[in-house]
Design a protein. Structure first.
Length: 76
């Protein structure tokens, strides 16, 4: 079953529950246990530029927006 539209694929597979179960099993995203794919920004959900120090779990963009409100100061 090849199609560009995922909704169409699931409509076709609803008639075949065993095939649908197998399709979901083999096409589900892999559970990440380490690396950049596991760490997400808790504010916007971005993967890149992640700051985990002090358990912030923010991306660099969100950190710049909220840094002064959570007590960080900018020094030159």
């Amino acid at each position: 079953m090849t199609t560009k539209n995922w909704k169409k694929t699931f409509q076709q597979l609803k008639a075949k529950p065993i095939t649908l179960k197998k399709y979901i099993k083999h096409n589900a995203p892999k559970k990440r246990t380490s690396g950049a794919g596991q760490k997400r920004c808790k504010r916007c959900g971005r993967y890149g530029g992640h700051i985990s120090k002090y358990h912030l779990d923010l991306c660099r963009c969100c950190f710049r927006e909220v840094a002064t409100s959570i007590g960080f100061k900018k020094y030159r």
